[in-house]
Write a protein that binds this ligand. Structure first.
Ligand SMILES: Nc1ncnc2c1ncn2[C@@H]1O[C@H](COP(=O)(O)OP(=O)(O)OP(=O)(O)O)[C@@H](O)[C@H]1O
Ligand SMILES: [Mg+2]
Length: 363
């Protein structure tokens, strides 16, 4: 039985279609991220699941039960928001105990203490229980907010950008902690983020949204290696994918892609490649090889060292640019140098230039 399912769920605000006929299933114990740019419908999806707003159409189920018309408190979910607002006048213990104190009938004080201590142990905040929120760090406050949700043992956890208030390093650490926590408790988690790296590292599956529409729902590897369309290819990845417009040309058994950058050999990509119309080739920076060639018409216009990687921007005479990710210790090209490009055929993506839908992937 799916832990959560959306069947044809839509939501409008006046003219704005915030969510358009969403079909989505989350399996028991899965960690699913809702990923997309600002305004794509992620929070709307989560709020509909939590019961904080009503759907205009469709059915939402939690644990097989139709909850579409149920109020939030009867849905057996716990939600952690971006602004996790702990009660400042309550200690960590009292903050975490709060949902249990509010329960009717109220559990025994000893049962509440045991539950809070158990959850605090899992979260590694057992030594902070007597402190007030202002006496602990941002990351610790975030854990307390999670703990406050966990003491209720909900069927599903809903987290809306819970790490976005933390600095970059702490976010990466909390990401690991969240993953470990998910392994430890095994609950179903639906997690909203606009950070593709967060979604990639945490999720069993990622649902990518744009303009209120689900673009792709698949594992992180599938999303990365076989993006369903141009939007997904561009949004997922820490650098943008390079896109080239052109058309297919056959070279004996092999196929090639003719574009403003010249001929790109495609090898023999899988998938139906009888597309005759205009095509768009997608290639991630790490699949672009750069070879020094003083006579080539391509020039390196920018070399950015980011530590582990060297990002090279290469420009053709007509202004077309391609970004390559290179190993700084193995690359001997500098700004101004002439270069040739070699695309890894196993990592190319072909899209219909009109619709943006993927036609074939090299891998
Ligand atoms: N209460 C509201 N009234 C009117 N429009 C709304 C309301 N809430 C959201 N919207 C609109 O619905 C669309 C989806 O919003 P939603 O909050 O789901 O986006 P999001 O993906 O969570 O974005 P963000 O990353 O910025 O949080 C947006 O166009 C937004 O402007
Ligand atoms: Mg949001």
């Amino acid at each position: 039985m799916a832990a959560v399912s959306f069947e044809g769920v839509s939501k409008r605000y006046g003219e704005v279609v915030a969510l358009d006929a969403l079909d989505l299933e989350v399996r028991e114990g899965e960690f699913v991220s809702l990923l997309g740019p600002s305004g794509s419908g992620k929070s709307t999806t989560l709020n509909l699941l939590a019961g904080l707003m009503d759907a205009d159409a469709g059915v939402i189920r939690i644990g097989g039960r139709d909850v579409t018309a149920l109020p939030p408190e009867r849905r057996d979910i716990a939600m952690v928001f971006q602004n996790y607002a702990l009660y400042p006048h309550l200690t960590v213990f009292e903050n975490m105990a709060f949902p249990l104190e509010a329960r009717k009938p109220k559990p025994a004080a000893s049962a509440i203490r045991a539950k809070v201590e158990q959850v605090a142990g899992v979260l590694g905040i057992g030594m902070l229980l007597a402190r007030y929120p202002k006496e602990i760090s941002g990351g610790q406050q975030q854990r307390v907010a999670l703990g406050r949700a966990m003491v209720r043992d909900p069927t599903v956890f809903l987290l809306d950008e819970p790490l976005s208030n933390l600095d970059a390093r702490l976010r990466i650490r909390m990401r690991r902690d969240l993953k470990a926590l998910h392994h430890a408790i095994g609950s179903t988690i639906v997690y909203v983020t606009h950070d593709q790296a967060e979604a990639m590292t945490l999720s069993s599956r990622i649902a990518v949204f744009d303009h209120g529409r689900l673009q792709q729902y698949a594992t992180p590897a599938e999303i990365y290696d076989r993006p369903a369309n141009v939007f997904v290819a561009n949004f997922v990845g820490d650098r943008e994918t390079n896109f080239l417009d052109g058309s297919l040309s056959a070279e004996g058994e092999e196929l090639a892609f003719a574009s403003a950058l010249g001929r790109v050999p495609l090898g023999r990509p899988r998938g139906a490649l009888d597309a005759r119309g205009p095509l768009r080739l997608g290639v991630r920076p790490e699949a672009v090889g750069v070879l020094p060639d003083p006579d080539a018409p391509l020039r390196v216009t920018l070399a950015e060292l980011s530590g582990a990687d060297l990002f090279l921007t290469i420009r053709a005479a007509d202004g077309l640019e391609v970004v390559a990710r290179a190993d700084p210790r193995a690359t001997r090209v500098a700004e101004g140098d002439g270069v040739r490009l070699a695309f890894d055929p196993s990592r190319l993506h072909l899209f219909d230039a009109g619709t943006g839908v993927a036609i074939a992937h090299g891998t």
